[in-house]
Each structure stands twice: as structure tokens, then as C-alpha cells.
Design a protein around this ligand. Structure first.
Ligand code: ATP
Ligand code: MG
Length: 398
């Protein structure tokens, strides 16, 4: 076992020591078998939360009502969840109540797809009641149990299926796909936050092209904000689409494809943060600048805080260029400052230098100008140099 599993198996050992069962479960087992980078390591156990709380020293009770606690062990966090089934779904999203169950097999049955319904003991023994391993081998996403029931029970699973097809490059098993298509309208009952979460993971998938095939196939655009009124936007996505890691980059791309839909509309209707909004605006501006002038230091400088890899990917797919991340990184590393704060002068210095002037717009404008000259390499970021420059340049406007 890889070392992160070895360390986590100490938790399983500890639980077993007290006479309960415990297993690695879900995505971490799937990713281990796929030899993919493993995300969070989740553990399922027959011990109820209050027992886990007694067994371990550092326990954070994050979701007792779902049977989940976080166990801190050697500076790592592990979700430890009691074997459970989701009882009735009252509003199709929030399980009414959970019922703890006795066996790992019952717990695996409530999971969404066979490839996620795998458990593994501390010695690497796999528990696989739904042929998840076989489906992993055949690159197949297949619902556990009756697909239609499972998607109605929780329509978020439709979005999860799409995002796994994008992340793993897997096909959707025929019945699973049919069921997704026939209940896709139910995704309108999901909160926007969850939709954005899954959509964001969808567009960051290495096999996003594969995912998009199914995205279109089940007509999910009919039930997503903005896209429902402008379904052609999805058809206009670049044929050579590449994964984008930040959702802001996805919004920038969609706005580039259809400038009539403003970034602020995407952000509002998809309920994204202001941070995502300003990041999307930055990336979009950078794309326009690139289109006009190509790459330069000022453009790269203004991407500060944004995802450079996404910018490169967008340039390459929208403009059919062959920009490399190295090229952008090289420019970024050569920049004399990262932000205005790094300038060796500030507003106070300006006022000291021109005691006769009153504070006002001229200060911000002057600093903006200096910032650009420094970034472009026309001025060196030394106090004397900048003061000298100001004396010469501000005289006339005095
Ligand atoms: P990721 O790599 O994105 O974390 P994951 O498979 O671990 O993928 P999580 O959302 O972390 O996904 O969920 C952990 C496990 O919980 C899943 O593997 C699956 O077994 C189960 N699960 C999560 N969400 C659902 C759901 N909506 N319905 C049924 N089972 C689910
Ligand atoms: Mg996970």
C-alpha cells in the first residue's frame, strides 16, 4: 500500500482493536485501483460516532447526524463514517434521517456508482459486492441498483456521473445513461452551489471532451441557468477543449464564446462569489489583450492571482496557438513586482515630494503610471529613481 494508506491504516487498526470493523471506502479505493492521484481518504466503520469519539484523541464532530466525524491523525484529517443507509428521501436531496447498519455491504449499497461502491481492508483486501472492479477495468460508470430510482432519489448523481465521465474518461453504461436522460429535469431541484461544484469539477476533467459528449447527449442544458436560454453556447465550445481548473476560467470562456451574456449574469445566476467574478473579468481582459498585442509583461502581471495554466489553455483553444506554461512562467518570474504594494513609493511619499499639492486623483493616477513603467522595465523600482521620475513628470501638470 502507498504510504498515505499505510498511515491511515493505523486508524483502522485502532478501531479494530476495540472490536469494530473499519475499511477504506469510496473514491480513495477507486483511485488507488486506477493508479490515479488519491484525494481524501475516507473510512467506513461499524462503530457509531460516539465510539469513535472515545477511541481517538482528536475528533471533530462534523456531521454526527450523518454518522461522520473527522479524526486527526499525524497531522492528517480522515472522515470516519458509520455504516449507514439513507432512509426516505423527503425532498429528494436531504435524506430524512440516516439509519446505521451492521455491515459494510449494506453501506456500499447506498453509494452512487459501482466504481465508488468499493471498500478495502487494511491489508488491501477488496470488498466488491457490485462488480466495481470489473467496471473499473471496462471503464464504465454504472449505477448501483436500479439507475432510475437512484437518480430520482438524488438527482445530484446525474451531475456526478457527468463529472466522473469527464475526470476518468469512462463511458456511461447504457441503462445508467438512459435513466439520466429520462430524469435529467430533476436537477432543477438541486441547489446552485452543488451544481456549480460539480460543473466546476466537470470542466477540470482531463477527459472533458468525453464528458461533453454525455453532457449534450442528455440535454442537461435545458435545466441549467443561462444555458437553457442559450443552448448553442455549449455547441460553440472549442473542439479541442482542454481542462480548466478554476471556475472563473470557465466563465471567462463562456463569455468569450457569447459576449452578449455578461460575466456578471453568469456570476449572478450561477451564484458565484465576487472573487470568481473579478477573476473571470481579469482572465477575459487578458484574453482580449492577447488577441490584440500577444503576450507581454503587463498582461502577465495583471493575471496575478489568476490561474496561469488556465490562461495558457484558453489561449491555445480559443486562438489555436501553441503557448506554453513555461513561457508565461518565465515572464512572470522576470517581473520586478507582483503588485502595487511592492513599489518602493506610496501615496505618503507623493505628498512629501509635492507639499504644495492636495491629495486627490492625481496620486492614484501617478502610481498607476509608475506601476506600468516599472512592470514594463522602463523604470527601476528604486525610491530615488521613482522620485526623480516624478519630479520630471509632474512639473508640467502642476
Ligand atoms: P472525489 O475524488 O471527487 O472526492 P469521490 O468519489 O471521493 O470523488 P465524494 O463526493 O468525496 O466523491 O464522495 C465519497 C463517496 O461517497 C463516493 O465515492 C460515493 O461512494 C459516496 N457518495 C458521494 N456522494 C454520493 C451521492 N450523491 N450518492 C451516493 N453516494 C455518494
Ligand atoms: Mg472524495
Amino acid at each position: 500500500l502507498p504510504k498515505e494508506f499505510k498511515q491511515a491504516s493505523e486508524i483502522i487498526e485502532q478501531i479494530e482493536h476495540y472490536g469494530y470493523e473499519a475499511y477504506f471506502v469510496g473514491g480513495c479505493v477507486r483511485d488507488l485501483l486506477l493508479e490515479r492521484k488519491v484525494g481524501d481518504i475516507d473510512i467506513a466503520t461499524s462503530a457509531e460516532p460516539h465510539v469513535s469519539q472515545e477511541i481517538f484523541e482528536k475528533v471533530i464532530p462534523v456531521g454526527l447526524e450523518h454518522g461522520t466525524v473527522i479524526v486527526r491523525h499525524k497531522h492528517q484529517s480522515y472522515e470516519v463514517t458509520t455504516f449507514r443507509v439513507d432512509d426516505d428521501y423527503s425532498d429528494q436531496r436531504h435524506p430524512d434521517s440516516v439509519k446505521f447498519v451492521k455491515t459494510i455491504k449494506q453501506d456500499l449499497k447506498r453509494r452512487d456508482f459501482t466504481i465508488n461502491a468499493l471498500a478495502m481492508g487494511k491489508n488491501g483486501n477488496i470488498i466488491d459486492p457490485f462488480s466495481g472492479k470489473k467496471n473499473l477495468k471496462n471503464n464504465l460508470i454504472k449505477a448501483v441498483g436500479d439507475a432510475s430510482d437512484r437518480f430520482k432519489e438524488d438527482p445530484l448523481r446525474i451531475m456526478r456521473a457527468l463529472r466522473f465521465s469527464s475526470q476518468l474518461g469512462f463511458s456511461l453504461e447504457a441503462k445508467t445513461l438512459d435513466a439520466m436522460e429520462s430524469v435529467v429535469n430533476e436537477i432543477e431541484t438541486i441547489t446552485m452551489e452543488r451544481i456549480v461544484q460539480e460543473t466546476s469539477k466537470f470542466f477540470s476533467g482531463v477527459y472533458v471532451k468525453n464528458g461533453l459528449y454525455y453532457f449534450r447527449k442528455i440535454n442537461i442544458t435545458k435545466y441549467l441557468p443561462i444555458l437553457k436560454k442559450n443552448p448553442y453556447i455549449i455547441d460553440r465550445l472549442p473542439a479541442n477543449i482542454k481542462p480548466l481548473n478554476a471556475f472563473a476560467s470557465v466563465i471567462a470562456m463562456l463569455h468569450f464564446i457569447e459576449p452578449d451574456v455578461a460575466i456578471r449574469d453568469w456570476v449572478k445566476q450561477w451564484k458565484c462569489s465576487n472573487m470568481i467574478k473579478s477573476e473571470a473579468e481579469n482572465i477575459y481582459e487578458a484574453l482580449l489583450t492577447y488577441q490584440l498585442d500577444g503576450l507581454n509583461r503587463w498582461l502577465v502581471y495583471r493575471l496575478h492571482g489568476c490561474n496561469y495554466r488556465d490562461f495558457t489553455a484558453l489561449v491555445n483553444m480559443l486562438f489555436r496557438e501553441k503557448l506554453t506554461n513555461e513561457k508565461v512562467k518565465q515572464i512572470r518570474n522576470s517581473l520586478p513586482i507582483e503588485s502595487k504594494k511592492d513599489l518602493t513609493i506610496n501615496g505618503t511619499d507623493l505628498l512629501e515630494l509635492f507639499p504644495g499639492k492636495t491629495p486627490g486623483h492625481w496620486m492614484g493616477e501617478t502610481l498607476d503610471q509608475i506601476e506600468k513603467e516599472v512592470v514594463l522595465g522602463n523604470l527601476s523600482n528604486r525610491k530615488n529613481v521613482l522620485k526623480e521620475w516624478m519630479k520630471w513628470n509632474l512639473h508640467e501638470t502642476d
